[in-house]
Design a protein around this ligand. Structure first.
Ligand code: ATP
Ligand code: MG
Length: 247
């Protein structure tokens, strides 16, 4: 484990009864890094996030945050999962304020960050609407705003836009990149979509089929915003696709 690692998987192994899912996985994620995890369906991506966030025990090995056993009570972790939705009984603005109010942050900070999120995520006009009155893409932005407003140390995202169409996705991804730089949060973003991973990640961890190991870790050294038509971009995308070939 390196000194500055935010997250370290050390020989991480997870079994469900006889089913070996994660098989002796080791890697480090640096503080402030934006990492994507890609891998075939059922290889254990969500399981990995669950061990980080919900105190699911590992079968063996360790998953550490700042060198200590992952503990959601101690570590400042936020989530945006595919099934995440805005709270239906709160307005857009109240949704964004919610987590900060739960944490009893000072009122001025809550006000300032709320305005910043509404502005950056283009939700100002919708601030007084309830989730049922807005589109799916706007609701995804509310979930993202609610997560980033907490300035989490670690933000876990599990296919947060799987149900959105491609045009909205790029828009949201740009917002996520901007927010991650602004808050300095370490982001772990799980996706099936290799193009999305290459668009977002500083490093992309590619997993194999079960029993799952790390196939490769690609460093993606392209400036943001990335040009998805450039040769550098498509070369990396194609290389990762070759590693996986699960279709
Ligand atoms: N609570 C559980 N009990 C038993 N088996 C489980 C449990 N949770 C997950 N599994 C199994 O572990 C494996 C990994 O599941 P997981 O949901 O982590 O995969 P994933 O990589 O997130 O897949 P997807 O890309 O489809 O979201 C699967 O074979 C799944 O059936
Ligand atoms: Mg999953």
């Amino acid at each position: 484990m390196s000194e500055k690692a935010k997250v370290s998987a050390v020989g991480l192994t997870k079994k469900f009864d006889d089913l070996l899912v994660l098989d002796n996985i080791s890697f480090d994620i640096a503080k402030g890094e934006f990492v994507c995890i890609v891998g075939p369906t059922g290889c254990g991506k969500t399981t990995f996030l669950n061990i980080l966030s919900k105190i699911w025990p590992a079968t063996s090995g360790e998953l550490l945050i700042d060198g200590e056993k992952a503990d959601p009570k101690k570590h400042n972790i936020a989530f945006a999962f595919q099934e995440s939705s805005a709270f239906p009984w709160l307005t857009v603005e109240q949704n964004i304020r919610f987590g900060m109010e739960q944490k009893n942050l000072p009122k001025e900070i809550i006000n300032e960050r709320t305005e910043q999120m509404l502005e950056l995520l283009e939700l100002k006009e919708a601030r007084n609407y309830f989730p049922r009155q807005i589109s799916a893409s706007m609701e995804s932005r509310v979930v993202i705003g609610r997560s980033f407003a907490l300035h989490p140390d670690l933000l876990l995202m599990d296919e947060p836009y799987a149900q959105l169409d491609i045009e909205f996705r790029y828009h949201l991804e740009d917002a996520v990149l901007k927010l991650s730089k602004m808050t300095g949060s370490t982001v772990i973003f799980v996706t099936h979509n290799i193009e999305e991973a290459v668009y977002l990640a500083e490093r992309c961890i590619v997993l194999t089929n079960k029993p799952t190991t790390v196939k490769t870790i690609e460093k993606i050294d392209l400036p943001y915003p990335r040009d998805i038509c450039s040769k550098e971009f498509t070369d990396i995308r194609d290389r990762i696709t070759d590693y996986i070939k699960w279709w």
